[in-house]
Design a protein around this ligand. Structure first.
Ligand code: DC
Length: 456
């Protein structure tokens, strides 16, 4: 089986445009299942059958041969050999498709065709019931939404460009009616699969939505993006790792809002109580934790609770670099980690947005927590440390406090957890004179050794 991506959502959310772009970028086959329902609708309407008359629609099914053909990479829909790709895009056929798609026999009629295509190709399939019914085992499931008004707005503009006389109010009423039909039908109603990731595109541009979903697909499937064709290199000049010539060292000593600090510390004390019950929690080297902010904590990474373990020892709120993928998981989890100060970093490349944000947080007087291994270690050994932490520390000129998180095996209720804070590495020790790879590696080793010493 190839890679199956299910993209479901209501009418007008931009599924087909987005799926086409994704398919082109990822070299998948795009399957527009709505076109199949539209082709059935087209046939019945062309035969003068009322699409709401299910008995007549069912009786007509044996006369329909619906096919999907790919010509130059784009999908064409054939009904009994006739290419109806354009004719099925009228408002009349949209509404008729919504009606015929409520008929269970119509759905069953198109089911095998959809399954067969998915079985033999890497596909991105859009529809209403792909994640729930057609491809329940798809590796990636996206549920794409947008407000009805925004969807109507987009569709209205599209129709206007085609010279269609429909008004915005008509388009909105149409969308609302189709939403109602699609979500209230008995068979395979439009519904988010439990394991689908919801993407709300109301305030995203088309390109932003495509990039966002592409990120989800790549992180879920673990596939690399097809390489972009690189323009020929002009000069063999070696560039600096990242350009920090305009970045000023962090101005330390900035105080956070006293009300927030009070609230933060009040909550912190409450949470410490809870954590002491949940774990046999012990802190060592707490005297090494500065009372003020703008410090960098560099820690080994054992569990999703690590940020909390560290924060409970800090009187100033922390911000965290967390891997980008985490921001595509369950909404509630994302909300929680953001509240705790997490912001995304794309690993494996110099993510300048994340680095700039780190400086912003440090300048605000918050601490920055980095897990420089980039991923959790399950066996307790400290993995390879990435250079990012050294780079940020060198430029920010903030003390780095090494942290060792220790517990045996998996984190469990009442497990003994020891958090050790090492002596701060001073900005003087972190200075680099020429920002080259060699000096950075040396700095990285300083940080890495300090962490390793605390893990035992
Ligand atoms: O995505 P679209 O607007 O082209 O879909 C046309 C109609 O077909 C829509 O009203 C819902 C229905 N449909 C469906 O019920 N199941 C699918 N998998 C795809 C579309």
């Amino acid at each position: 089986m190839g890679i199956n991506v299910a993209l479901d959502g209501p009418s007008g959310a931009g599924k087909s445009t987005i799926a086409k772009k994704l398919a082109a970028a990822l070299k998948y086959v795009y399957v527009d299942t709505g076109a199949l329902y539209r082709s059935v609708a087209y046939y019945v309407v062309s035969q003068g059958i009322d699409p709401a008359d299910s008995a007549k629609v069912i009786a007509a099914l044996p006369d329909i041969k619906a096919e999907l053909k790919y010509i130059d990479g784009s999908q064409h829909v054939l009904v009994n050999g006739e290419d109806v790709s354009d004719k099925i895009r009228t408002p009349e056929i949209s509404m008729a498709a919504s009606k015929v798609s409520a008929v269970p026999e119509v759905r069953a009629f198109l089911f095998d065709l959809q399954r067969d295509i998915a079985a033999n190709n890497d596909i991105i399939m859009d529809g209403r019931d792909i994640g729930t019914v057609v491809l329940p085992n798809a590796q990636v499931k996206i549920f794409l939404t947008a407000s009805a008004e925004e969807r109507a707005n987009r569709r209205f503009k599209e129709l206007q460009e085609k010279g269609d006389p429909s008004t915005y109010e008509e388009v909105l009423a149409d969308i609302n009616q189709r939403d109602y039909n699609d979500t209230h039908r008995e068979t395979a109603p439009l519904k988010k699969a439990d394991d689908a990731i919801e993407v709300d595109s109301t305030s995203m541009t088309l390109d932003e939505t495509v990039e966002h979903i592409k990120g989800i697909i790549l992180s879920k499937t673990g596939t690399k993006q097809p390489p972009k064709e690189k323009p020929p290199r002009e000069k063999k000049e070696r560039k600096p790792l990242l350009d920090f010539s305009n970045v000023e060292p962090v101005k330390r000593g900035k105080k956070l809002n006293p009300f927030r600090m009070f609230f933060y510390n009040f909550l912190r004390i409450l949470v410490i109580g809870g954590f002491k019950i949940a774990y046999n929690l012990k802190y060592e080297g707490k005297e090494n934790v500065p009372k003020d902010g703008s410090n960098i904590f560099a820690s080994n990474h054992r569990s999703y609770v690590d940020p909390v373990f560290i924060s409970l020892a800090c009187r100033t709120p922390n911000s965290f670099m967390a891997k980008e993928e985490l921001f595509h998981t369950k909404k509630f989890f994302v909300w929680i980690i953001k509240k705790f100060g997490a912001f995304p970093v794309e690993r494996g490349k110099g993510d300048m947005d994340a680095i700039n944000l780190s400086f912003e947080k440090l300048n605000m007087g918050r601490n920055l927590v980095i897990f420089p291994e980039g991923t959790r270690s399950h066996d307790g050994k400290v993995g390879k440390i990435k250079t990012g932490v050294a780079l940020i520390a060198a430029v920010a000129q903030c003390p780095v406090i090494p942290v060792g998180i220790n517990f045996e095996g998996k984190l469990k209720f009442r497990r003994k957890v020891v958090i050790r804070f090492g002596k701060p590495i001073s900005p003087e020790q972190l200075k680099i004179t020429t920002p080259g790879a060699k000096e950075l590696k040396l700095l990285r080793t300083t940080v890495s050794d300090a962490i390793i010493e605390l893990v035992h």
